[in-house]
Design a protein around this ligand. Structure first.
Ligand code: LRH
Length: 478
């Protein structure tokens, strides 16, 4: 039986999933799971890339031990983060986590300098863009300006005179980085590259003028490969380490986790153009899939982003702070020894009586030392009742998310030719039945749920397609 391995890295954990296709059915198994944490050392918060790479190999080893006949491997991760390598292929530093404060306030500063310093784009900064360089920029990049984006991480490195930039040969986003150390081939996959804010959304290639303006070397940005392309072959020494005897390709999948997840959405009765998705996890990514980006001022002001998808599609969506706030609250309660299980908390939150709705995207919730205090402080500042119990905190967060989704759908409806008629919630967060119900109540349209394992399924489907499998009417079993 042909097996495809999806290595899916999330902010809190990574896992290796095996997908085997047999008689028109895709069977999924979680082979190995490992933790992923942010490590604070010195002035920054990093990902522990070395440990993650090692854990990935443990997962591969485990898959071999289980006797799977592995045809290929595909890697997906969260967006925007990267590392630099030198011309000998050496890692120059651990990737800094997007929640690090090094980019605080930098978007504003970056666009101010764009207004005043026109050396690279002078011909293009025109009066046709009443919003100035910000709207000009959006009309090219089509990405919601967020301080976490690669553009501003690089700007911060440039500003602080980070020596890595002087010796770096290539910039590799997280999935590119894992694939590079598996194969020795350095390239940039399109979907993950689109989260950087450094691509031109229409041409789907690097925005060279923007890179020039940023003042980082152009050679950092390599060949863009599309999902479904073979990145390279697993290095013999790694194959040997994990016990693989057959030759295995590493395939570029929709290597941004959201890209893989959205690719796994099954067709329904409702026309795709009227069916929105909500990829629910640490982040909530809510939007629709389009053939071409929407780059208008209204889309920019509403905070929509045009991310690259599998098959050259565009995910027109909003990046909403998702279950992160709840995850942090639960971690905090656990540290204090007050943990009660997720299900117990959710059922207590069903009947909790609190009306407060917070703005989940407010900066104060991005990475506070104390999430409970951040919510209480927000409520006090906005004259809202402060939650008094853990179930009230949970209820407050979930109803705030539902209200935020409602706003996103209303904004989508203003920008799309026809209104959204159905919402499909996918990913781990769709297990949260209370949130699904609050969302359905707030939206007033049918909400369908699943697949939970959308990211791994999308990852595996792209590998299977690249290997020539027929996926027509494929059934999914997990
Ligand atoms: C979700 C996600 C999201 C954001 C963030 C950094 O995993 O990819 O799209 O960009 O991580």
């Amino acid at each position: 039986m042909n097996t495809y391995l999806a290595v899916d890295f999330g902010g809190g954990s990574g896992r290796v999933m095996a997908g085997s296709i047999c008689q028109g059915t895709l069977k999924l198994e979680e082979v190995y799971r490992f933790p992923n944490r942010q490590v604070r050392i010195g002035n920054h918060v990093y990902w522990d890339f070395l440990a993650l790479f090692d854990e990935m190999k443990n997962g591969l080893r485990q898959a071999v031990r289980k006797g799977y006949h592995i045809r290929s491997i595909g890697i997906d991760t969260w967006g925007v983060d990267f590392a630099l390598i030198d011309k000998n292929g050496n890692l120059l530093g651990n990737p800094v986590c997007y929640r690090d404060s090094r980019t605080d306030g930098l978007p504003e500063e970056f666009f101010d300098t764009l207004e005043t310093n026109a050396s690279c784009m002078d011909a293009k900064v025109s009066n046709n863009h009443p919003g100035g360089s910000l709207s000009q920029h959006y009309s090219e990049a089509g990405i919601q300006v967020m301080s976490i984006n690669t553009l501003f991480q690089l700007y911060s490195m440039k500003k602080s005179g980070d020596v890595q930039l002087e010796v770096a040969d290539r910039l590799l986003f997280m999935p590119d980085l894992f694939s590079f150390f598996l194969t020795g081939v350095a390239n940039n996959e399109y979907c993950i590259a689109s989260t950087s804010e450094l691509l031109d959304a229409r041409s789907r290639t690097w925005n060279r003028e923007l890179i020039c303006r940023l003042g980082v070397p152009e050679h950092l940005f390599g060949d863009i490969v599309m999902p479904g392309t073979v990145r390279g072959r697993l290095k013999p020494e790694i194959a040997e380490e994990v016990g693989l005897t057959e030759e295995v390709d590493v395939i570029a999948v929709g290597s941004h986790d959201t890209a893989s997840a959205v690719f796994a959405i099954p067709e329904t009765q409702v026309d795709k153009s009227r069916c929105a998705f909500l990829s629910s996890g640490t982040w909530s990514l809510l939007g629709v899939e389009l053939d071409e980006p929407i780059l208008t001022e209204e889309a920019r002001i509403c905070g929509f982003t045009n991310e690259g998808g599998v098959g050259g599609k565009i995910r027109f969506l909003q990046n909403i702070t998702g279950l992160w706030i709840l995850q942090r609250l639960m971690a905090q309660w656990k540290e204090r020894g007050e943990e009660c299980g997720y299900d117990v908390l959710l059922s207590a939150a069903e009947s909790a009586d609190i009306s407060s709705v917070i703005d989940v995207d407010d900066k104060v919730f991005q990475n506070p030392a104390d999430m409970e205090a951040a919510i209480a402080g927000y409520c006090r500042e906005h004259q809202l009742p402060v939650p008094a119990t853990s179930s009230e905190y949970v209820r407050c967060v979930l109803q705030s998310l539902a209200q935020r989704y409602k706003r996103a759908i209303e904004q989508l409806n203003r920008l799309l030719p026809s209104p959204v008629e159905q919402l499909n919630i996918i990913g781990g967060g769709c297990r949260n039945a209370l949130l699904n119900r609050l969302t359905a109540d707030a939206l007033g349209i049918p909400v369908i749920v699943g697949p939970v394992e959308a990211t791994a399924i999308g990852n595996i489907l792209v590998q299977a397609m690249a290997k020539g499998e027929t996926l027509y009417k494929l059934k999914i079993k997990n």
